[in-house]
Design a protein around this ligand. Sequence first.
Ligand SMILES: Cc1cc2nc3c(=O)[nH]c(=O)nc-3n(C[C@H](O)[C@H](O)[C@H](O)COP(=O)(O)OP(=O)(O)OC[C@H]3O[C@@H](n4cnc5c(N)ncnc54)[C@H](O)[C@@H]3O)c2cc1C
Length: 439
Amino acid sequence: MPASPEYRCDVLVIGGGPGGSTVSAFLAQKGWNVVLLEKEHHPRFHIGESLLPLNLPLLERLGVLDQVDQIGLVKPGAEFNYEGYEPAVYYFANAMDKSYPSAYEVRRSEFDNLLLRNSAAKGTQVREGVKVTEVEFRRGSTSLVRAVDEQGQAQCWETRFVVDASGRDTFLANRFNIKSRNPVHSSSAVFGHFKGAVRRPGRDEGNISVYWFDHGWYWMIPLRDGAMSVGAVCWTYYMKTRKVSVDQFLLDTIALCPMMAERLKDAKLMAPALATGNFSYRATRMAGDGYIMVGDAYAFIDPVFSSGVFLAMNSGELGAEVVDEALRNGDVSARSLQRYERTVKHGLKTFSWFIYRITTPALRKMFMSPRPAFRLEQAILSLLAADIFGKTPIRGPLLVFKAIYYVTSIISWRESLAAWLKRKRARRTKLDFVWKSGN
Ligand SMILES: Cc1cc2nc3c(=O)[nH]c(=O)nc-3n(C[C@H](O)[C@H](O)[C@H](O)COP(=O)(O)OP(=O)(O)OC[C@H]3O[C@@H](n4cnc5c(N)ncnc54)[C@H](O)[C@@H]3O)c2cc1C
């Protein structure tokens, strides 16, 4: 199909999740002609409801903080639980930088919708129900993006720059064949929304609760309307033991953790449970001539620190700066986009060290017994708040934390070895699926 003026833009964004809505809003605000194609219609379900404090200044810069406050439940901290220990509650107000003492828990259908409408209000041409099917990069020239709408009508867009924000669909990484399973981390999740779960009292109501169990860990995320998002992130070998429906599998998995089961004993699933397999992956590059990938389109590790939405939006904001500069300079080559790749990788790397070790006995012990010495607790809180890109001096205390971790691992070497072998087994188990209830 020939490219007509109707189908021309400066930047074409694939996908309208938090990453796509952020990058498009900032670019449209800078005056570029931005088009965003989203294959679904918002509001649509998405898992991942827990935000981090450093999301707040970003939401403020986007001009949507008040709206998020209307739909969100204030989240003052994160609570970690393990059999035999008192709950360890980390309050963001105690982080090194006290400027952001809380975050929000949000229903993603509402949150993502709000961000997409904000992008449209800033000038992005948003087209929902349009799926991108092909991108043709033409050396030294514009690119052609082909898409199809729900009536089966083909569209062809000519654009100076492409932003892939397609999330776990990893549109460009698949096309380039550069996506691979994370070599050191492998897990899968089963999850659903419940009504009637026991909530924490008072200001703790909005805290996320994390529980460890033999096959991984669980989350409980309270939402403003009384619902509770509940999920288990499990080693793949455990997921392969499923012989019952997905709903029943989720309930059976919850029953393995008495502390959590107690909070859910009168609760009911509000909709069929879902599951996703092997969700840790990354692409070998995130930028090239005329394109960048933002958020999950490049990589996803694990949701244990609720970092996904923040990292997606943060890469969206940084991506907008870099793309703006590249377009203004008339140089959209991979070289001009290096700063983007460096910064995004720094964020992923900082979280990864902790995520990869979260199910180890040593890290679990350290999280369950917070240490105020050497500002360790404050530094962990700053990490949990996602205060990793600014000037807060968390590096020193985190190095001390890591040293203590290695010493603890050596002292309890039998447990550590057993956990390492389990992780190794999980890495070898392949499980690619998205289950729906009844499968
Ligand atoms: C089990 C689980 C629990 C999680 N929990 C949390 C949590 O508590 N907190 C947190 O911060 N993060 C969490 N996450 C991660 C978080 O949900 C993601 O990191 C975040 O949604 C990434 O945003 P994104 O914009 O990159 O991608 P998405 O939000 O997935 O958006 C991508 C969009 O692109 C669209 N799209 C895809 N392909 C095409 C195409 N070809 N054409 C047009 N449109 C397309 C999709 O429809 C979608 O709307 C969790 C993830 C998992 C798997």
